[in-house]
Ligand binder design. Structure first.
Ligand code: SAH
Ligand code: SF4
Ligand code: F3S
Length: 444
């Protein structure tokens, strides 16, 4: 009988893709994915620590597995991901949850298979956390689970040390994959039928800088433009301090590239941006938005915002609100500041009370929701090209996005997942669009 695994993933797309790599390793060893912990022989928790709630979520779930582990002596419980890489966290984890069998950090995830073998052989707990920067991972074939989208790492790590952020501490310094390796992977994915490629890096605009071989993000986009076939190219995240006209022109000239840029601003106050160590001012950010719109007039711009950063005054917050209104974002992920041990901001005086943070985030969310609602209405009566991503059982409809990232739902009599379809938008449901399929692209 085959052995089963289940992976629980927390955090960002980077982690989602890393879980696909772990799935690839487990499936090459003959393990089969299952749907519940009860059926699993190996349970993996791929953790995130960017905010406290992500951490608590994983902690709670690892705690709940104790009972199952008691019933099933051979069950292997593994914890990996960013949480394991902080300070003495791995030891803390091992003592809080003595039944965890494997703890592995972010730099050696490609060794997951060897570590599992070691555990099975020795029957002893294996903890392997490296504190150096890992190599770039090239030799693991992921088992992808997000068709028609495929995630592709172009770089690992981050050099920016935004004062609130734990990522540079748990992911190490920036290291780029070689351009030819990225291109080979993208080509292979397009040939095997993937319709959307999302390039991943904490700061994709600094891609290639560490390679010293002339590679750059703009060049990578130009090279991907030459790949034949119909597919969409997306990428995240961009850092406002590094995005250049070259990059925006490369996007404009690439017929695959979606006219959509995720440009996290974090705050609209120049003073707060400076304490956050973001290295741009409010004015520079607004100039960039203008530059993008002068090159790609209809470019969707989305963002990340943190409210309640230490010392943030009501005036600073008003600056964020006014920036949000000025830019008119197509979408915003809004977060309440969460102190992370070991970061500069966590030590700062002037921490903001939970009540004030809550009040500010609610005000901001209301503003952005209203904006999304009004924007959605502008789609009604238009026909847009949608890449169908999934069938939503709850809504009883297919779901996909347009180039600008707007979600649309529609019904159809046969399976459309992975197809480009023309959808006439007939009404809206809050942020999302509702419509009917006008035509389905023929396979070539
Ligand atoms: N490298 C990416 C995103 C990394 S984390 C970038 O720079 O855009 C994703 C988002 O989480 C960040 O953009 C930020 O808005 C948020 N974030 C990071 N640390 C946080 C913290 N300590 N508290 C609240 N939000 C945080
Ligand atoms: Fe964190 Fe800043 Fe790096 Fe993004 S750029 S991962 S927010 S340190
Ligand atoms: Fe991502 Fe969370 Fe790590 S956001 S890089 S999984 S800390």
């Amino acid at each position: 009988m085959s052995k089963n695994y289940i992976i629980y993933t927390y955090g960002c797309q980077m982690n989602v893709h890393e879980s696909e790599k772990i799935a690839g390793i487990l499936s090459s060893k003959g393990y089969v994915k299952c749907e519940s912990s009860e059926d699993a022989d190996v349970i993996v928790y791929n953790t995130c620590c960017v905010r406290e709630n992500a951490e608590q979520h994983a902690f709670g779930n690892i705690g709940m597995i104790k009972k199952l582990k008691k019933q099933k002596k051979d069950l292997i419980v593994a914890v990996c991901g960013c949480m394991t890489q902080q300070g003495n966290f791995a030891d803390k984890l091992a003592s809080t949850f003595p039944y965890v069998d494997i703890i592995i950090g972010t730099f050696n995830i490609d060794k997951f298979g060897d570590i599992l073998d070691e555990k099975l052989r020795s029957k002893k707990k294996v903890i392997e956390i490296l504190d150096k920067n890992g190599e770039v991972c090239e030799d693991v074939t992921p088992l992808r689970s997000s068709y028609p989208n495929a995630w592709v790492n172009i770089m690992y790590g981050c050099n920016n040390f935004c004062s609130y952020c734990i990522v540079p501490y748990v992911r190490g310094r920036e290291r780029s994959r070689k351009l030819e390796n990225v291109l080979k992977e993208v080509k292979g994915l397009v040939e095997s039928g993937y319709k959307e490629i999302t390039l991943l890096g904490q700061n994709v605009n600094s891609y290639g800088k560490d390679l010293n071989d002339g590679s750059s993000f703009a060049r990578l986009i130009d090279e991907i433009a030459k790949i034949d076939g119909k597919f969409r190219l997306r990428f995240m995240s961009n850092h406002p301090k590094d995005i250049t006209e070259d990059v925006v022109r490369a996007i404009a000239n690439n017929s695959h590239a979606c006219k959509a840029i995720h440009l996290p601003v974090q705050s609209g106050s120049t003073r707060v941006l400076s304490v956050m160590n973001r290295k741009y001012t409010r004015e520079q950010y607004l100039d960039e938005v203008e530059m993008i719109r002068s090159i790609i007039p209809d470019c969707a711009i989305t963002t990340d915002i943190i409210v309640g950063f230490p010392t943030e005054t009501e005036e600073d917050f008003s600056d964020t609100v006014s920036l949000v209104e000025t830019v008119g974002y197509d979408g915003a992920f809004t977060f309440v500041y969460s102190p992370r041990e070991g970061t500069k901001a966590a030590e700062m005086d002037g921490q903001i009370s939970p009540e004030v943070k809550k009040d500010r985030i609610m005000r901001l969310v209301d503003i952005q929701n209203e904006r999304n609602r009004v924007d959605s209405l502008k789609y009604v009566g238009k026909t847009v090209e949608i890449l169908v991503e999934d069938y939503d059982k709850k809504k009883n409809a297919y779901m996909g996005r347009d180039e600008r990232g707007r979600m649309a739902y529609f019904s159809f009599s046969k399976n459309l997942v992975g197809k480009f379809v023309q959808v006439e938008i007939t009404s809206t449901g809050g942020m999302s669009l509702l419509g009917r399929v006008v035509s389905v692209e023929e396979e070539r």
